[in-house]
Design a protein around this ligand. Structure first.
Ligand code: MN
Length: 465
């Protein structure tokens, strides 16, 4: 199709421009701190190494005006923005107008393309960057054009796309092509089977208990239900004293488990929806979180949220010490989440629960880096009616408050875009809102919290699902 050819040509053009950059000068690489941003950065740095380039890396949460102004003070003449930047073209040009800028992103473009910077973004060609290709994928295509050798980084772009929730049992066209590269390079093996999170690392009964999508009646949300279910189908959950993981099961047992789950899901809309692709990273050890692409993405997200993105980048590039540290970071991150859930359960009085929404105002009891995850977990739990908004607030430093917005039970609804809801709430208050269709966020001044809560109650009531 023409649009894909046009997009490809824009990548080609970006590579040609990039090749003109002076090899003796340092490049400032700026990337986003989630799994997609981290994999994007890992792909780019490897490609820059292969191209004998010098660079510095900054991993940031958001490309705010303050961040741009800080970048403007750096001596470099060259900047590459990955997995961010497309929404801040105007601010960039205002402050970095005399620099050479390359933006490799997949977010919505806020200001149009300008000739003074190189901008690669699928949205320019009517390709949906929220579904078809992630930031890491855009960087991967750039890297591949720069040097065919970089095809050995395709698996990182697959992990990045999964991190950005672009996989739903399968991938769309552009991501699929990247996946094909990864398979061809023997980096990824596709295993069809149970599409459950935690296959490599978690005890089976825990995997089942935490499986809310797909939902397993009588099992999801209940540890005893999960153990009982395993006994019923004749799978011993323990191997002597050790809990078994899905990867420990024999092929026969895996089949029994699959059938058992589908039977349990009889009466659900698509009982066989538990089946899908699992993406095994060939070079990684069995039982490691880096063996499964979904768990790998979670590990990277944890590194980002705990302000340890460099461990994530190193893990992507196969550096052993970084991987060890990334695992420790994941453990610390899980502890934070457990603490946040505990706070939520014990502070009923701090919640605003109305028909159609729950508002969690954690103030400074939960770190801002965890608050979005808490909202996601609560929105996936069984306590809320389908279509309930989960809105959470937590304070960060610099007198700002981070907002996260999720919705329970809904994964497809063309009319619903949480970004629009978030934007409407902050409309009169000031503050930046953005994110994804089903995972939106905003940043407001802490002193505006009260005003925000009022606006939120109003908007969420009006927009009841
Ligand atoms: Mn992204």
């Amino acid at each position: 199709m023409q649009k894909y050819n046009d997009f490809d040509a824009s990548v080609e053009k970006a590579v040609e421009e990039f090749k003109k950059w002076d090899k003796d000068e340092k490049i400032e690489v700026v990337s986003h701190l989630d799994a997609d941003g981290i994999t994007a950065c890992a792909i780019l740095t490897k490609a820059l190494n292969r191209d004998n380039r010098k660079y510095d890396i900054s991993i940031i949460k958001q490309l705010t005006m303050d961040e741009i102004k800080e970048l403007a003070e750096r001596k470099s003449r060259y900047f590459i923005f990955t997995d961010l930047g497309s929404g801040q073209i105007k601010d960039m040009l205002d402050n970095l107008g005399d620099k050479n800028i390359l933006v490799l992103d997949h977010h919505q473009i806020v200001e149009g393309n300008k000739d003074s910077l190189i901008h690669v973004n699928p949205h320019m060609f009517d390709i949906d960057g929220s579904k078809e290709i992630a930031g890491s994928g855009v960087v991967y295509l750039f890297a591949k054009k720069l040097n065919e050798k970089n095809k050995d980084l395709a698996h990182l772009a697959v992990i990045g796309a999964i991190g950005d929730v672009q996989e739903d049992g399968n991938f769309m066209r552009m991501n699929k092509e990247i996946l094909e590269d990864a398979v061809e390079q023997d980096k990824i093996m596709i295993e069809r089977g149970l599409r459950l999170f935690g296959r490599q690392t978690k005890p089976i009964h825990k995997v089942l208990e935490y499986s809310t999508d797909p939902y397993i009646p009588g099992v999801s949300g209940s540890e005893s239900g999960a153990i009982q279910f395993l006994h019923q189908i004749g799978i011993e959950p323990k191997n002597k004293s050790k809990w078994k993981r899905i990867v420990d099961l024999t092929d026969e047992e895996k089949k029994i488990l699959t059938t058992g789950i589908i039977m349990k899901r009889f009466g659900e809309e698509n009982p066989q929806d538990v089946l899908g692709n699992n993406y095994v990273i060939c070079s990684e050890e069995k039982g490691s979180p880096t063996r499964d692409a979904r768990e790998f993405a979670t590990l990277l997200n944890a590194c980002g949220r705990m302000d340890k993105a460099s461990f994530g980048i190193g893990t992507c590039l196969g550096i052993k010490e970084d991987k060890r540290n990334a695992m420790k970071t994941l453990a610390a991150y899980k502890k934070e989440i457990v603490g946040a859930i505990k706070w939520y359960n014990e502070n009923e009085d701090k919640l605003i629960k109305k028909d159609g929404f729950v508002i969690i105002n954690a103030e400074d009891n939960i770190p801002p880096t965890i608050i979005g995850t808490l909202a996601s977990i609560i929105s996936k739990g069984n306590d809320l009616k389908e279509g309930t908004y989960v809105l959470s607030l937590a304070r960060s430093d610099k007198n700002m408050t981070k907002i996260s917005l999720r919705v329970s039970g809904i994964r497809e609804n063309k009319e619903l875009d949480l970004r629009d809801v978030a934007k409407e709430i902050v409309k009169d208050i000031g503050g930046e809102a953005g994110g994804h269709q089903f995972a939106a966020g905003a940043l407001i001044e802490t002193e505006k919290e009260e005003e925000f809560l009022k606006a939120a109650e109003k908007v969420l009531s009006e927009r009841k699902i």
